[in-house]
Structures are given as structure tokens and as C-alpha cells.
Ligand binder design. Structure first.
Ligand code: PGA
Length: 253
């Protein structure tokens, strides 16, 4: 394959708009330590309201914190928005940018996504850029063209800017349907090829109904370097099993 495999894979839990403080405390208590630190990095991406308390709860634990969105201005009269500096201040290392729910429900555009990426980099955050096609686009053979049109936001990225890309086919998110190993392998190869063309060398995660039953097969696909997990990250046992599955695969590589 024409890409280098990155040493540590990332398993990130995207809690979306779920969890109250008491539930988050329970979840984090049951999660314990990252059991596979040498091979797998673990991150939690809770709603904004839980960032500060989670930073305290996680303390010195080897689990990183991320947010699910960010605004691109540093400060000012932008009622309801959160800046990259605020996320750093709350203890975030990562921020999800361009999730399909934000593109489809909130109408987020490539232009806004590009602005958010640059704002995140300026504050020292590592963006997790989500890309993925809808079902009709896959059925019409447009997957690669869609992904290419989403990856253009990386043109003009500063040299060495930290980034993780998450490939999340929209039809696989929250549906219980996952892409087949063949689809994942083929699509990740294309994404790595595009990233190389753009001069970026980074991890590419898979996301979309990842669960303890399919994690090992998905993580073993060439070019997959971790997972962005939604629903299954809300259950400590499921999330731990996914981390373990990623560690089993990383151990074999
Ligand atoms: P899911 O969500 O695992 O619930 O499909 C993944 C995501 O949207 O990041």
C-alpha cells in the first residue's frame, strides 16, 4: 500500500448530544484506565457542558479530551458559540470538525469547515475532520468524488499541521449498518491517496456503527487507524471492548 501506517491508533468516543453530569461520571468511572496505552490512544468527545468536569474526572488518566464542534472566531459577540481557545482552556486536545450531522442538519459548508480548521490549528487543537458520502452517492458511484470535494478544505493547511481524518459513510452512522471490509479498505486507500496528493500524512479513522462485534474486522482493514465511535461509546463495556479490539489488531501489525 502506498501509505505509512501510524504507530498509535485512535479510538474516540463521540457522545453527541447525550449524557448529563451524573451519567458521565458513571461512564467514566466504569471505563477505568486505557487498557492498551502502547498501541491505542483513547479520547472522549462529550458535549461542551461536560468538558470541564470530565477534565477533572479524567485527571492524570491516559484518556484525551475533545469537543464536537468549534466556532472559527477567537472571541467576541457571537452569542452561543465556543472558541478554540475556550476548548484549550477546558483541557481539549481534539475537536471534531465537519461531522455529517453538522453538515446535514446545521448546513455547515466547506468554507466554514476550512475556517474552523485554521482556527483550531492556531489554538493548538488537533482537528478530527469527518468526511463521508450519502447512500445515493455511493449507489451512483460518486463516493470518491464526494470525498475529494470534502478533502479540498485541507488545501493550504500549514506545514505539519496536526490532523486526523475520520471516514464516516453517512448511511452507516447510527443505523447499525457498517461498510463491508472491502468497501472500507478500498475507500481508505483512496483517502490516503488524496491525502498524499495534498501533502498530508495522517491517521484515517473509520466511523459508522462500530461496535464490539465488528470492531476487530474493521480495524484490521488496511489504512484504518482507529475509529470514531458514537452509540457504542455511551456504554463503558462496549467502548472498552472496542479499545481492546483495536489493541489486538495493532499488536498484530
Ligand atoms: P455511530 O456514530 O457509531 O453511532 O454510528 C458515529 C459517529 O457519528 O461519529
Amino acid at each position: 500500500m502506498g501509505f505509512t501506517s501510524h504507530k498509535r491508533h485512535l479510538i474516540a468516543g463521540n457522545w453527541k448530544m447525550n449524557e448529563l453530569l451524573s451519567e458521565a461520571k458513571d461512564l467514566v468511572t466504569h471505563l477505568g484506565e486505557n487498557p492498551a496505552e502502547d498501541h491505542v490512544e483513547v479520547a472522549l468527545m462529550p458535549p461542551y457542558t461536560l468538558l470541564h468536569p470530565l477534565a477533572d474526572l479524567l485527571g492524570e488518566r491516559n484518556i484525551r479530551l475533545g469537543a464536537q464542534n468549534v466556532y472559527f472566531e477567537p472571541q467576541g459577540a457571537f452569542t452561543g458559540s465556543i472558541s478554540p481557545l475556550m476548548l484549550r482552556d477546558a483541557g481539549c486536545h481534539y475537536v471534531i470538525i465537519g461531522h455529517s450531522e453538522r453538515r446535514d442538519i446545521m448546513g455547515e459548508t466547506n468554507e466554514q469547515i476550512r475556517a474552523k480548521l485554521h482556527a483550531a490549528w492556531e489554538s493548538g487543537l488537533e482537528p478530527v475532520l469527518c468526511i463521508g458520502e450519502h447512500l445515493d452517492e455511493r449507489e451512483n458511484g460518486e463516493t470518491n468524488a464526494v470525498l475529494r470535494s470534502q478533502l479540498v478544505v485541507l488545501e493550504g493547511a500549514p506545514e505539519g499541521a496536526p490532523i486526523t481524518v475520520a471516514y464516516e459513510p453517512v448511511w452507516a452512522i447510527g443505523t447499525g449498518k457498517t461498510a463491508t471490509a472491502e468497501q472500507v479498505t478500498e475507500t481508505h486507500a483512496y483517502i490516503h491517496e488524496e491525502l498524499t496528493r495534498l501533502g498530508m500524512d495522517c491517521r484515517v479513522l473509520y466511523g459508522g456503527s462500530v461496535n464490539p462485534g465488528n470492531a476487530e474486522e474493521l480495524m484490521a482493514c488496511p489504512g484504518v487507524e482507529g475509529a470514531l465511535v458514537g452509540g457504542a461509546s455511551l456504554d463503558a463495556d462496549s467502548f472498552t471492548a472496542i479499545i481492546q479490539a483495536a489493541a489486538n489488531v495493532a499488536n498484530r501489525v
